[in-house]
Design a protein around this ligand. Structure first.
Ligand code: 26V
Length: 800
């Protein structure tokens, strides 16, 4: 059906008629999207079946990637590219008078993630399938993905996201593969053949129904699976109607919402239910499959690797133990050996407030058997520690899995897995030397680094077709399969023809983004100005505030001297704040207040503009990265585990203004100091300062006139006429002593922006720097990352 455009057109029209009983003239873009989606699914179904068959036949090891988030975005165009049929489809549709880009807009983003962690999982799936690796995802089919953000009068408003409203073309519901999950109730212990046995009584049962999404590799026949679980009532045979209704509501709630983070207490039980729901359904399904193929459960870890993306799925450890002990009737020692050799774990943050802990009083009643198992794991682990460090109560207390009325999920992950990795070199070093140093001493062999990556197929080939074409015209197409070969572009640094083309592509992409800005915000921006972009979740440590304070400062300079010689700049922001994160929402309001004032001030002659793009998400990001000149990666050093947006900007030829944090450091190492704008304190300086009680932000405020001026403007109504609006921000800087060193890094940040301004004036030099960045960005393809996971952690092999 996709061999040539005639065949495509015929099939497309036929399907339209058969499915909707509509003539082409009566059909809508939405019909076209649905039809095309179904055609693709039909087209890949044989390969999907064959891939699974081949994995079974080969008897190779397989990996299951458990993640509470998969931030997929749209799939239509991405699938067309991976299948190599986007040209046929584009042309075929064109001849029917349909623009594929319009159809693409119909698709809702699958926004089943908050940010970096969820998008990483999606990039990994793409790389696994492309590299023909037997790796599948397990997640939750949330009815509502991450909330939709509206900006009203400068404030963030959240609306429920509705990606399933018009159905899901990509999923296949598999009711016959549903499994049951048990919550609450009590555990009955009894003796059988001289062995202690456990039975779960009076449990509330929830059914998990899989919805499988095909994960299509690029230019290959491999189609892996992302299995998303939906929570449904097990049976409605309860006593009375009220009971049925309550049970139905409680059950469906489990897969209703993606958590915008777990900062607030409310809903903690629900969050824990979600985690166990994901883990128990996935493990039951994995074991069922395994047993269909292999006889001896004792070899489980030789055929299966289970990866936990952060601690959210860490209950995979006690759940696997439960199944091996209670269902398979293995001994504790046997079960523990298998479990320890099956599970691997990635840590994604060192922020203490993000490390998961559950109060026992919530945990134990909800998951009684799982709690018993964790208790046993803890007791045995503490005994081992006691043997190694007799009398060191303090150490044991610090490392215990259960302590002070809490279950510590990271400790469980560290004890029950064979591999623990950080997501950038510096992050792994901080885990080893600081945050997890006690565990590193006990299990040094478990720790390793896997620097994050991004799929160049979505973030370059799909998002930036013009740059893709230029790269291929310049160095051939091998880089698509071996992204490291992008470094061949280094030979073209002095090639003015190449640089000119690079410049005009960036220009065209900027014009396109300017149109989006005009349409969504009504603001006219100059596409020849520097597009300076910060897009990421809003968090104090990411320091959007530093960026805004600098803009306020620039504005003050322009007010003082309207003829100030600066290159015109458009500052672009995109960020969602967690709904309960009051401070982050104030920063959004501040950005919008500054935007209002600056954009409407004629006296500064449009030299700076500020844009806050609402509802930042994957599909919007695909328009933003290709149009950026400057990438803002300005977290307080040591706080950003890796960052992945930084890599997307780099690959699209933006230059980074960044701190020595996360993967920025590895970017700097690759491109050299001359091709990146580094500023601010480094991680050691930050961490040492924390150890010595921080610094005195008021000194910076009193001694630096520029700082005093902008900080005062948070109080004096300069950017907003109602009093006290920005007091929480003012207080964070001066009363709470500026935990993230915004004022301390201000001077250095301002200086580096002057360097950016000067450098941009020399277009030749700027374009050469862009070229070096693109050339070196191949290292950050998630293909490289996934190969490292496959070889060094999971020990899985390509199917071909
Ligand atoms: C979670 C929470 C929840 C409680 C409130 C504060 C807070 C702050 C941060 C987080 C982050 C959770 C984990 C996460 O998404 N980490 C991100 O993972 C990316 C992929 O590895 C990485 O690039 C980012 O640097 C890292 O922040």
């Amino acid at each position: 059906m996709f061999t040539n455009k005639e065949a495509f057109k015929t099939y497309f029209l036929q399907k339209l008629e058969m499915t909707y009983g509509k003539t082409f003239e009566d059909s809508t873009s939405s019909d076209h999207f649905q039809i095309l989606g179904h055609m693709i699914r039909e087209y890949v179904s044989t390969n999907w079946i064959n891939t699974n068959e081949a994995y079974r036949r080969n008897q190779g090891k397989q990996v299951y990637y458990l993640s509470i988030e998969f931030l997929l975005g749209r799939l239509l165009y991405h699938n067309l590219i991976n299948l190599g049929i986007e040209k046929v489809v584009t042309e075929g549709l064109n001849e029917l008078g349909i623009n594929l880009r319009d159809i693409e807009e119909i698709e809702h983003d699958a926004g089943l993630g908050n940010g970096g962690l969820g998008r990483l999982a999606a990039c990994f799936l793409d790389s696994l399938a492309t590299l023909n690796l037997p790796g599948h995802g397990f997640g939750i089919r949330y009815k509502h993905g991450l909330f939709e953000q509206r900006i009203v009068d400068g404030y963030q408003i959240e609306l429920p996201e509705q990606w399933l409203k018009h159905g899901q073309v990509w999923e296949v519901r598999k009711e016959d593969l549903a499994v049951d999950i048990q919550f609450w109730g009590n555990i009955d212990m009894y003796e059988k053949d001289g062995k202690l046995q456990f039975r779960h009584l009076n449990a509330e049962t929830v059914t998990a129904v899989p919805h499988d999404v095909p994960v299509i590799g690029y230019d290959t026949t491999t189609v892996n699976t992302l299995r998303l679980w939906n929570a449904e009532p097990a049976s409605l045979l309860a006593k009375d109607v009220n009971d049925i209704m309550r049970y139905k509501r409680e059950t469906e709630k489990i897969s209703e919402f993606l958590y915008p983070d777990d900062a607030n207490d409310e809903g903690k039980i629900l969050r824990l239910k979600q985690q166990y729901f994901l883990v128990s359904s996935s493990l039951q399904s994995i074991i069922k499959n395994y047993k269909q193929q292999y006889k001896d459960i004792r070899n489980f870890h030789q055929h299966i690797s289970i990866h936990i993306n952060d601690t959210h799925p860490v209950l995979a450890i006690p759940e696997l133990m439960r199944i091996l002990l209670d269902n398979e009737e293995l001994s504790w020692e046997e079960a523990w050996e298998i479990t320890k050799n099956t599970i691997s774990y990635t840590n994604h943050t060192t922020l203490s407030e993000a490390l998961e802990k559950w109060p026992i009083y919530l945990f134990q009643p909800l998951l009684p058997r799982i709690y018993m198992i964790i208790q046993e794991i803890n007791e045995r682990f503490c005994n081992e520690l006691w043997d190694k460090h007799p009398g060191d109560f303090h150490k044991i207390e610090n490392m215990a899995i259960i302590a002070h009325g809490m279950v510590k999920m990271a400790h469980l992950a560290l004890v029950g897995s064979y591999s623990v990795n950080g997501v950038a070199e510096i992050h792994t070093e901080i885990l080893k030397k600081r945050e997890m140093s006690d565990f590193y001493q006990v299990f040094p062999e478990k720790f390793n680094n896997k620097t994050n990556g991004i799929t160049h197929r979505r973030w370059l080939i799909k998002a930036n077709p013009k740059l893709t074409q230029l790269v291929t015209d310049t160095i051939g197409s091998e880089w698509i399969y071996q992204p490291d070969q992008l470094n061949k572009l280094l030979l073209f640094q002095q090639d003015n023809g190449f640089l000119q083309q690079l410049a005009s592509i960036k220009q065209e992409n900027k014009i396109h983004l300017a149109e989006i800005i005009k349409e969504s915000n009504g603001i006219t921006v100059d596409p020849t100005s520097i597009f300076d972009v910060q897009v990421k979740r809003l968090h104090a440590y990411k320091r959007q505030l530093l960026n805004v304070l600098h803009i306020m400062h620039l504005y003050n300079r322009l007010k003082e001297n309207p003829t100030l010689d600066i290159t015109p700049r458009t500052f672009i922001f995109g960020a969602k704040a967690s709904p309960g994160y009051y401070y982050a929402k104030k920063i959004i309001k501040l950005i919008n207040a500054v935007a209002d004032k600056v954009n409407n001030d004629k006296t500064i002659q449009d030299k700076i503009k500020v844009v806050f793009l609402e509802n930042y998400r994957v599909s919007l990001a695909e328009h933003i990265f290709p149009a950026a000149d400057v990438s803002e990666q300005i977290s307080t050093a040591s706080k950003e585990a890796s960052g992945t947006g930084n890599m997307k900007f780099m690959m699209n030829g933006a230059l980074t203004v960044g701190t020595l944090d996360g993967a920025n450091i590895e970017m700097r190492d690759l491109v050299g100091d001359d091709n990146i704008f580094i500023f601010g304190m480094n991680a050691d300086e930050v961490l040492d300062l924390y150890q010595h009680g921080g610094y005195r932000s008021t000194e910076y405020y009193h001694h630096d006139k520029r700082i005093k001026e902008v900080v005062d403007q948070l109080k004096n109504g300069f950017f907003h006429d109602t009093n006290n609006e920005f007091d929480p921000i003012f207080d964070s800087l001066l009363i709470e002593n500026d935990q993230y060193f915004v004022l301390k890094d201000f001077h250095s940040y301002e200086n580096i922006h002057q360097v950016v301004d000067q450098t941009y004036k020399n277009q030749q030099k700027w374009l050469q720097m862009c070229t070096v960045n693109i050339a070196k960005s191949g290292h950050f393809s998630s293909d490289r990352t996934i190969k490292e996971y496959a070889d060094e952690i999971w020990k899985i092999k390509s199917n071909f």
